[in-house]
Design a protein around this ligand. Structure first.
Ligand code: FAD
Length: 441
């Protein structure tokens, strides 16, 4: 019997959104979800929201109805070493999955920046990393099981409920409760990360060459300057090594930066100087690190922050970044924290994937919250969104955006197909919340 808690406050990692669900459940079995939570929700006409690691910077995981936290449904169910596939309960944190895969000589071929996120959560919001031969994380899913609003369990894969599978890999939490996920893995591998300084002009003029040179290429642009830090990550046989240093990474890169960013909330003109100064201090030389893939893909995100991250057609990268730079130059009062992180992803066929049917460039902008203080960002946000829309962008589902159904209808050729599937699986809108109402109504 699963116990429901009242008065629990849910807050996302960045502390940008929170809510008080009417009931909060931590089930341990499918039966508890089906026979108790969903049955009660149907009977009382309540809404249900499943939450994973709570890392989405938007309010996509919030509800004032019933919240199901999947933290107790987090086992590895099966490892098929021959097919290199792993089946997990949907609430498993990737941080708990990596050591299990390590034991079997397996790994995920790509990851986002953090692992304190769940298998269902990362696919639900279309989490991505970089690597033009690699899709978003959801492209690693070969099968999943979905518990729908009426209590049915659907097994979905290319060969079973194929249309639902095409929708459910980026599900937004809107199709039901994802119970299990089977992921295609690769043999365990080591990565060498090499970062070195460059300029925006050099990188944008030689994008194709950078993309060919490194399997997982990305770069960081420091707004209010020409400075860029290029990051290559590639397979290696070298032993683990690290250039990490507490003084530079923490004392300077975190504590001093946070203090200066806080000062800049009173003197916004300092932001350009901070971006240039920290580039010179921390990013002006070549650095190398080697380690297991998951230790190189992920890093410690220290700052609470506001973010937007749109996917645009890859060939629009140069145009969009130069326009963003020109906008900042033309409007000195609009300030932008570093970095703008630029990543590349292969196109796919998942209905609501921001990379649907096209290779994409993700352009992540950020405004930190030094000591929790909100920094004005609306002018920057609006100018960025205008550029992203102009070049045919699609926003990251987990991050900030101002789009509504009308926008998504234009952005996603398969939007009507997803809506039809959602309406069939969840006719009463049990799995909707305020965020999803803006998407679907
Ligand atoms: C520090 C930090 C770094 C990040 N780095 C990246 C990055 O590199 N790349 C990137 O693309 N994103 C990144 N993100 C965003 C993050 O990957 C996504 O927000 C991801 O969805 C978080 O997973 P979660 O388990 O916390 O999901 P949650 O935020 O808890 O939920 C996300 C969505 O999934 C749904 N959901 C969760 N579990 C289930 C389930 N079992 N059944 C049905 N629906 C479910 C929720 O209802 C919600 O709609 C980052 C976020 C943070 C805070």
């Amino acid at each position: 019997m699963v116990h429901g808690y009242k008065g629990v406050k849910f807050q996302n990692w960045a502390r940008t959104y929170g809510c008080y669900p009417e009931m909060y459940y931590q089930p341990t079995s499918v039966e508890e979800i089906r026979e108790q939570v969903l049955a009660l929700a149907r009977q009382q006409n309540k809404r249900v929201k499943v939450v994973g690691g709570g890392h989405s910077p938007s309010d996509i995981a919030c509800t004032d109805g019933f919240m199901i936290h999947m933290g107790k449904m987090n086992r590895v169910l099966k490892v098929d070493t021959e097919k290199k596939q792993v089946t997990v309960e949907a609430g498993i944190l990737l941080a708990d999955l990596h050591p299990q895969l390590d034991k079997h000589g397996l790994a995920l071929s790509n990851l986002g920046a953090v692992s304190d996120v769940t298998a269902a959560g990362v696919i639900g919001s279309g989490t991505h990393n970089t690597g033009i031969k690699h899709g978003i994380l959801a492209t690693q899913v070969v099968a999943l099981t979905l518990l729908t609003a009426d209590g049915t369990i659907l097994l979905c894969s290319e060969s079973s409920n194929a249309e639902v599978f095409q929708a459910a890999r980026v599900h937004l939490g809107s199709l039901g409760v994802v119970l299990t996920i089977t992921l295609q893995c690769v043999p365990q591998f080591y990565l060498q990360e090499t970062s070195f300084p460059s300029t925006l002009t050099e990188v944008l003029d030689n994008l194709d060459s950078h993309l060919k040179k490194s399997e997982y290429f990305r770069f960081l642009w420091f707004p209010h300057s020409e400075n860029v830090s290029v990051i290559y990550q590639d397979h290696t046989n070298k032993p683990p090594s690290s250039s990490a240093n507490w003084f530079w990474d923490y004392a300077v890169g975190f504590y001093l930066l946070e203090f200066l960013l806080w000062i800049s909330t009173f003197l916004p003109g300092l932001v350009g100087w901070i971006n240039r100064f920290f580039f010179w201090l921390l990013f002006n030389g070549k650095k190398e690190n080697c380690n297991r893939s998951h230790k190189i893909f992920t890093y410690e995100c220290r700052f609470k922050q506001h973010v937007q991250d749109w996917a645009i057609p890859r060939e629009k990268t140069k145009e969009a970044l130069l326009e963003l730079k020109a906008m900042l130059e033309a409007h000195p009062k609009v300030v932008a924290h570093y970095p703008v992180e630029v990543r590349f992803t292969r196109g796919d066929d998942i209905l609501l994937s921001p990379c649907f049917q096209r290779d994409s460039c993700y352009m992540n902008i950020i405004m930190y919250r030094p000591y929790g203080k909100d920094v004005p960002r609306l002018d920057y946000w609006l100018a960025y969104e205008t550029i992203m829309k102009k070049v045919g962008g699609r926003p990251h589902w987990a991050k900030a955006h101002n789009c509504t159904r009308k926008d998504f209808e234009k952005m996603y050729p398969a939007f009507p197909k997803f809506c039809a599937i959602r309406e069939k699986l969840d006719p009463s809108g049990m799995f909707l919340n305020v965020y999803l109402e803006k998407v679907f109504y």
